[in-house]
Design a protein around this ligand. Structure first.
Ligand code: COA
Length: 171
């Protein structure tokens, strides 16, 4: 049976932890879509288009991975686009608690059309999050050990042309 999987997130920005999950998920699925949730939060570091563009650059070597953006309910996107698998990364027990609840809720919303599959995050990245990376970057710290080089290029460009607050968000 072939599997079409979704790995959704806000990815503001994509980290090496996310990329590790994408690479591993691409090996166990036939088609993997990285779904970038459209961000109604105007203070995000990157626009929806920028996030899609930079993730495409990062996954260009993975032939079964595509990148799209979506808005609204995750379950509607899953049902409307024929996904039978939703991939989630687990970093720690805190993630586990909230992910169990979300998977159970989605089990109802998916109407048995998709399964949630968990991949354990690489321990090198289990302590990071996009907002922590933005904050370190916004305060002048180095983030190259946590983000792909393509993402770092976008972050450096952003810093040249816009003012970022201490959380790394556009002001
Ligand atoms: N490596 C590094 N960081 C990781 C990671 C990994 N493997 N996995 C998760 N993270 C980080 C993310 O960067 C994110 O950091 P941030 O909060 O600083 O941005 C944090 O962990 C939480 O990740 P996640 O739970 O995937 O949140 P998200 O905001 O990226 O995406 C959606 C959440 C898109 C799945 C969720 O908002 C959604 O489904 N939205 C649609 C609306 C909907 O259906 N709502 C009902 C849901 S019950």
């Amino acid at each position: 049976m072939s599997h079409k999987a979704l790995y959704a997130g806000s990815f503001d920005p994509l980290t090496l932890g996310h990329l590790d999950i994408i690479e591993r998920a691409s090996k166990i699925t036939d088609d993997l879509v990285v779904g970038v949730i459209e961000n109604p939060n105007k203070t995000a570091m990157f626009s929806d288009d920028e996030r899609v563009r930079m993730i495409k650059e990062c996954v260009s070597g993975l032939s079964n991975v595509t990148v799209e953006s979506f808005s609204g309910l995750l379950a509607d996107y899953v049902k409307g686009n024929g996904f039978d698998m939703v991939v989630r990364g687990l970093r720690n027990v805190t993630d586990f608690d909230s992910e169990v609840q979300m998977a159970q809720l989605h089990g109802v919303l998916y109407e048995n059309r998709a399964e949630t599959v968990f991949l354990i995050t690489d321990p090198n990245y289990s302590y990071i999050s996009s907002s922590m990376v933005r904050e370190v970057f916004g305060l002048g710290g180095k983030v190259d050990k946590w983000v792909p080089k393509q993402v770092l290029k976008y972050m450096n460009e952003k810093q040249k042309f816009v003012v970022l607050d201490e959380n790394g968000n556009n002001v």
